[in-house]
Design a protein around this ligand. Sequence first.
Ligand SMILES: NC(=O)c1ccc[n+]([C@@H]2O[C@H](COP(=O)([O-])OP(=O)(O)OC[C@H]3O[C@@H](n4cnc5c(N)ncnc54)[C@H](O)[C@@H]3O)[C@@H](O)[C@H]2O)c1
Length: 316
Amino acid sequence: MSRRVLVTGGAGFIGSHVAEGFLAAGDAVDVLDNLSSGKRENVPAAAGFHHLDITSPDAAALIRGGGYDVVCHLAAQIDVRKSVADPAYDASVNIGGSLNLLEAVRASGRATRFVFSSTGGAIYGDFVQVPTVENMPKDPESPYGIAKLSVEYYMGYFARVHGLDTVALRYANVYGPRQDPHGEAGVVAIFCKRVLAGETLTVFGDGQQTRDYVYAGDVARANFLAATTTLPKMRQLDVRAYNIGTGVETSVLDLARTIYGAAGREGTVNHAPARAGEQMRSSVNTSKAAAELGWKPQVSLAEGLAKTYAYFASRH
Ligand SMILES: NC(=O)c1ccc[n+]([C@@H]2O[C@H](COP(=O)([O-])OP(=O)(O)OC[C@H]3O[C@@H](n4cnc5c(N)ncnc54)[C@H](O)[C@@H]3O)[C@@H](O)[C@H]2O)c1
């Protein structure tokens, strides 16, 4: 059966991969995006396109009248530093926009599944063991992380009180073709571009800080499975949240080495002073997604970085 799917943020990096995933399965896809950071050319040709802002009444009207079986909500202000500089703006888009869409789904009266792009990198904080498990305590350190976690709480409310069918996916650091240097795995884009320009890579501090890098195609498949799998009813926060990562910690130095490898050359790194407040370790446990969504990452870091480097090389 072909589904009607709305992908907000589908002109962006991850959203365009998500749209492609549903189209490949034979579903009908519409993209809603205000093109603030996304590009019209990222929207697959077979998808419908609505140039709208998620905070607008027109976006709500589209959802109320669109007859969607699935809404994958990826549109967001994604820059953690911008959220620190202007928390009210971040909240207006990331909380206000999400609420606008949730209210519209409720008003539509349809059994639409709402899949939200949350973060595993910015809500657990520094005080929990890695790899982090969904029900560990949350300690978001930035307005961006606070907004993402707030939306998860609102989703719990809409599920309990209005019976909405909501799922949160907490991504680790997502990388791949079309990625933006300002996102949570922006370092991959920055390193690829510097290597292509023949410049030396700079790492902050000793380069031993770790992140969990997950390939965009794997994240798209997680959205598809989260949209289409029968799941338990949501009773509390975390019941319908899934970490999407690899569980593997990769240091910045290893990342630099692998990108030099993808470029077919050896390279050195410069060390700059450590950045104050930078999280030292991050990775997520994905056993729950494996058990309940049947999802596991399939693309290794070496393979994914080779594809990502080739993408940037083709545009250099
Ligand atoms: N990249 C990562 O590592 C990562 C990690 C965790 C979570 N996420 C989440 O995944 C989602 C997608 O991120 P991405 O990395 O693809 O970023 P992106 O900037 O490439 O995509 C975001 C898209 O949303 C659109 N958008 C922004 N504000 C909008 C608004 N008010 N109305 C309509 N459209 C709007 C942008 O034009 C863009 O196309 C975001 O919700 C982000 O918070 C990303």
